[in-house]
Design a protein around this ligand. Sequence first.
Ligand SMILES: [Zn+2]
Ligand SMILES: [Zn+2]
Length: 234
Amino acid sequence: MLKKILVHILFPQFCLICKREGALICEDCLSSIGLSEFNYCPFCQAPKRVFEEGTCSTHRRMKLSGIFSATSYQEPLVKKLISKFKYEPFLKNLTSPLTSLIIAHFLLSENKLISQDKENSVLMPVPLVKFRERWRGFNQAALIASELSKFYKIPLFNNLIKIKQTQPQVELKREEREKNIKGVFTIKNPQEIQGKRIFLVDDVFTTGSTMEECARVLKKAGCREVWGIVIARE
Ligand SMILES: [Zn+2]
Ligand SMILES: [Zn+2]
């Protein structure tokens, strides 16, 4: 407690949005972010609402079963917070407020999947290639996955590995993204994921090429199903 107070006095924090003293993002600003109450097909560009089946009927054969996205990347505060989290100087302390958006989304959308069959569920971050993680000092997706793991009491596995650096997906067209990401992931200890439901965690979901490729590799290695969890969808 004393340490906490001292840290507060010596290194006061100010809200990134309204500059009020207290936290990196104050509760008022955090609660002003519009959260998604529903779930949508990850592969339809025009939002198509989905229920227990995480995709629309057209996309049922995709490897990714569905996606849980807390909010939209178009929300101005969200864009700002994610970029402060991901780019220098990295604000790792944003992990908790950003994770709280995901937890709030699960409550709001009343989706129970995350709390069912926990003994057969696993959380897994979308990996970065090793040198990239060393350069940043952390994988932002792994920080969120770790918070979710503590909150939901679901084990966190780091079995998925990225073996090749790719061109940033944002710079590419849809078809190029699929080609760019093909064959860049591999699984360490596939026996650990046999029959499991995997929740794959990332910060932002764009076209889904990355998550779909991860899901393909994971399913081939023997897991039962793969669902995505992200802070925001583009
Ligand atoms: Zn604020
Ligand atoms: Zn669809």
